[in-house]
Design a protein around this ligand. Structure first.
Ligand SMILES: [Zn+2]
Length: 283
């Protein structure tokens, strides 16, 4: 499932290839996407046909394609969405749902086998509703501490909540918590004291993910169909039963809200358990 680093990788690739491109036509497969919603192809045409791409932006996991009409096309990749730029003569692969014809005989194609993705328009001045950008200036240590302090929810659920911090998903949350040595079930407000290392861990795992051009577990490929490399560097995600790279304990998996959480039971200790251990120390 594409998270922030995968969308950012896509943005950088597409920015190079789409900047200045003129959009000539829009095609839709007629199949609904996220929440079984139809694509508003009329609005898409009004926003893009005869227009040029001005720039590409990312907000959390949303990709925004600004056009000189003033608004933007907003794309969410969902579970399995991909955007590619190919020659118009290339055969359309199955599950192609939206196609923009571009100048110079090219097409921008949105392919999404599972159809949890979204393609919509944003009017000038509007934006998707998302939380603080984790790689931006908004996520200061103080801001993160305030957000953490406001909830007793387990820290993993807090970090996945897109209305608090935008763009984090399961893989990078597991990795960030491991880096910061925080147990995924720790109540968020107990982690206020760890706001500084947690912020550093979040930014480090996201930057590393971008440097490695994303994490490919199942479907993710970039705009040219290449897989990422970051899956080769993960410390705990997908590594149940393997030794922790830091302490050698075996990585454990637990299920939270129907999703796998990977952590190290040796160096990610619940704060209650840590206090208990100390209290039992003799002398
Ligand atoms: Zn460990």
């Amino acid at each position: 499932m594409p998270e922030l680093p995968e969308v950012e990788t896509l943005r950088r690739d597409l920015a190079r290839r789409l900047a200045g491109a003129r959009i000539q036509a829009v095609w839709w497969s007629g199949k609904p996407l996220r929440m079984r919603a139809p694509v508003d192809v009329g609005a898409l045409r009004a926003m893009t046909v005869g227009r040029r791409v001005v720039r590409l932006r990312r907000m959390a996991k949303y990709l925004l394609i600004d056009t000189d009409a003033g608004g933007a096309v907003v794309v969410h990749l969902g579970m399995s969405g991909r955007l590619t730029v190919v020659a118009a003569s290339a055969p359309r692969e199955p599950h192609t749902h939206v196609v923009w014809s571009l100048d110079r005989g090219r097409e921008l194609r949105f392919v999404d086998p599972r159809r949890f993705g979204q393609v919509a328009t944003l009017l000038p001045g509007s934006a998707p509703e998302v939380g603080v950008e984790p790689l931006g200036r908004g996520l200061t240590i103080a801001r993160l501490a305030t957000l953490l302090g406001a909830t007793r929810r387990p820290i993993k659920a807090f970090l996945l909540d897109q209305t608090r911090i935008g763009g984090l998903g399961n893989i990078y949350v597991c990795e960030a918590l491991w880096r910061a040595r925080i147990h995924p079930s720790e109540p968020a407000r107990n982690a206020v004291v760890h706001a500084a290392p947690l912020r550093a861990a979040i930014r480090d795992v996201l930057r590393k993910g971008i440097d490695n051009r994303g994490t490919t577990i199942r479907d993710y490929t970039d705009s040219r169909g290449r897989t990422g490399r970051n899956q080769l560097t993960l410390a705990v995600y997908g590594r149940e039963g393997e030794p922790c790279p830091r302490c050698g304990s075996l990585v454990r998996r637990q299920i939270d809200s129907n999703r796998s959480t990977f952590f190290c039971p040796g160096c990610q200790i619940l704060s209650g358990a840590r206090a208990f251990k100390k209290a039992r120390k003799p002398g």
